[in-house]
Design a protein around this ligand. Structure first.
Ligand code: NAD
Ligand code: MG
Length: 390
């Protein structure tokens, strides 16, 4: 079959989603041309990928990384750009058809929004941008007719299980599955002393450090609940979190006639990434076929909101709406970083998140600049709380 190659920009190319994306693209060289790659700290990886995929440009955060990258690329034809504005330019460049938004945290917000405004096919892994600015992002998609495809495995599953026109016809509710993370059965008393190594050792998925800690605290499920409300235009009461430790069902949609549609597969992000890249077609991803003969059982349970207060905080933040989810997200980025830095304990993460959420003011969402200001204020407040615990 002949394809007009899709031109792709991979933002956050050096991370877990970015590397999985390049792995899928490499399996289908006739379908994709890589236009741009961005990396934040791992210049060795970025240089190797530039040599391999020959993008027209690359983006790094600062002059030091720029020099480091150029040393690794003696005779490169790739123009290297610096800073957040360059990410925005690449996300909206006329040459680009598809943007993989795989930066971690609110740092991906401006570039995700730029891709939406520019009407790109936007493959959204960067869930934090939806949590912080769902109203603005969904507005931009609607106005520009961008094609927004969720890459988060749960949301990709829900997208696949909804009616093909993404209408809500006959939809009763959404069942958002959660593995439960590594501490699902850890005695409560031990939860205060768990280490970053234990927290990032996820039982079923291999991911970046921040999302791995979020999965252990169930903040990831909270962020995903908020993400799902925006993506699928539903209220939080229409979403039920179901703990499913095997991570074989990636989420489900319940219909009024009693049908429940599930999307299943091996826990491998290359499946949702391939779905997004090939959409509306399908193509191979390299993931292992699900072997039903080896699947002993599928288990389901309710989430424990007392053990995992972050899930409750996210539910409260979404119910309050406005700028509150942005506050929670910023507080969480700070508390997770402090935990990974051994400055605070694991159970201090929900504590700090809640303190910041209670202390900061609330308001309706007005603009991106306002949200960035809220993000800054919440980070400053979180820094004070973290300092007080050290
Ligand atoms: P990661 O830490 O492995 O990679 C993050 C990428 O972002 C790297 O390329 C890094 O260089 C870049 N980056 C970090 N800070 C940056 C900054 N300030 N400015 C610009 N770039 C920056 O993370 P990941 O696991 O690949 O996750 C990426 C996003 O995808 C997150 O939002 C995460 O929640 C989401 N996601 C990941 C998975 C997964 O399986 N890893 C699954 C679902 C959703
Ligand atoms: Mg997910």
């Amino acid at each position: 079959m002949m394809f007009k190659p899709q031109t792709v920009a991979v933002l956050g190319a050096t991370g877990s989603i970015g590397q999985n994306t390049l792995n899928v693209i490499a399996q289908h060289p006739e379908r994709f041309t890589v236009f741009a790659l961005s990396g934040h700290s791992n210049m060795v990886q970025l240089a190797a990928d530039i040599i391999r995929f020959k993008p027209r440009c690359a983006v790094v955060p600062d002059a030091a990384r720029y020099r480091q990258l150029l040393e690794l690329l003696p005779d490169q034809k790739c123009s290297v750009l610096i800073g957040e504005q360059a990410l925005v330019e690449i996300a909206s460049a006329p040459e680009v058809d598809t943007v993989m938004a795989a930066i971690v945290g609110a740092a991906g917000l401006k570039s995700s929004l730029a891709a939406a405004h520019a009407g790109k096919k936007l493959l959204l892994a960067n869930k934090e941008s939806m949590v912080v600015a769902g109203a603005l992002l969904m507005d931009a998609v609607a106005t520009s007719q961008a094609v927004l495809l969720p890459i988060d495995s749960e949301h990709n599953a829900i997208f696949q299980c909804l009616p093909a026109d993404q209408s809500q016809i006959g939809v009763e509710s959404i069942l958002l599955t959660a593995s439960g993370g590594p501490f699902r059965n850890t005695p409560m008393a031990q939860m205060f002393d768990v280490t970053p190594e234990q927290a990032i050792a996820h039982p079923t998925w291999s991911m970046g450090r921040k999302i791995s800690v979020d999965s252990a605290s169930l903040m990831n499920k909270g962020l995903e609940l908020i993400e799902a409300c925006w993506l699928f235009n539903v209220s939080p009461e229409k979403i039920e979190v179901v703990v499913h430790p095997q991570s074989v069902i990636h989420s489900m949609v319940r219909y009024v006639d009693g049908s429940v549609l599930a999307q299943m597969g091996s826990p491998d992000m290359r499946t949702p990434i391939s779905y997004g890249l090939a959409y509306p077609d399908r193509m191979t991803s390299g993931s292992e076929p699900l072997a039903f003969s080896q699947l002993l059982q599928l288990n389901f349970d309710r989430p424990d909101r007392a053990r995992f207060p972050c899930l409750r905080l996210a539910e409260e933040a979404m119910a309050e709406g406005g700028t509150v989810p942005a506050v929670l997200n910023a507080a969480n980025e700070m508390s997770v970083a402090a935990f990974l830095n051994l400055e605070i304990g694991f159970m201090d993460i929900p504590r700090i998140n809640e303190q910041v959420m209670t202390r900061l003011g609330r308001g309706a969402v007005e603009s991106i600049d306002q949200l960035l200001e809220v993000d800054r204020a919440a980070r400053a407040q979180a820094a004070v709380q973290i300092q007080a615990l050290r």
